[in-house]
Unconditional design. Structure first.
Length: 179
């Protein structure tokens, strides 16, 4: 059996998160109160034919450091290596999310157009919701076309907080209106 993946709790201003990784890559970053956390951990175990155990790895420690900088409002480019296990479509969506600048938002329609599939709004929303690395791959920066926040796996209060936090980071209280 391969070496177990290490999992550690990371406390953040928006609630505790669980980071799971090995020495080479981060495999997941989830809010600890996510309703499907157990299922996602079980999927990791099955995919990598290993266990997830409490502990730290180099990538988990790096993620903790990068998140701390982000929450201190320091300029941060998340550079922890990610083990992205999505489909081709999901990875295209996640790549488009990574292109959204700090303090800005895009609509699901914007993301669908950016990946060359303008009618794939629901599929974009599903891929956005399947993102295993919230904050790092900024799925919280996607809103409905009408300006409403839309959904967020971590809950709308967190999404609102993260967007306001990022506006504060860039020194703009009016970059967009949070509905």
């Amino acid at each position: 059996m391969p070496k177990p993946l290490a999992a550690a709790r990371i406390d953040t201003p928006v609630g505790p998160m669980i980071a799971v990784g090995d020495e080479l890559a981060l495999h997941a970053l989830e809010f600890s109160d996510a309703g499907d956390l157990d299922r996602r951990i079980a999927e990791l175990c099955a995919r990598f034919e290993t266990a997830v155990v409490a502990g730290r790895s180099a990538t988990v420690t790096q993620m903790e450091s990068e998140l701390a900088a982000y929450f201190r409002r320091e300029p941060v480019h998340f550079s922890v290596p990610l083990e992205r296990r999505g489909t081709g479509f999901q990875n295209a969506v996640w790549d488009a999310l990574l292109e959204i600048p700090l303090g800005e938002v895009r609509s699901y329609a914007d993301i669908a157009r950016a990946i060359g599939q303008p009618s794939a709004l629901r599929a974009v929303a599903q891929a956005n919701g399947a993102n295993p690395f919230p904050i790092v791959i900024p799925c919280h920066r996607v809103i409905n076309t009408g300006g409403d926040l839309g959904g967020y796996g971590g809950g709308l209060p967190r999404k609102r907080w993260l967007l306001a936090h990022e506006q504060d980071m860039i020194g703009s209280a009016d970059a967009f209106e949070l509905k």
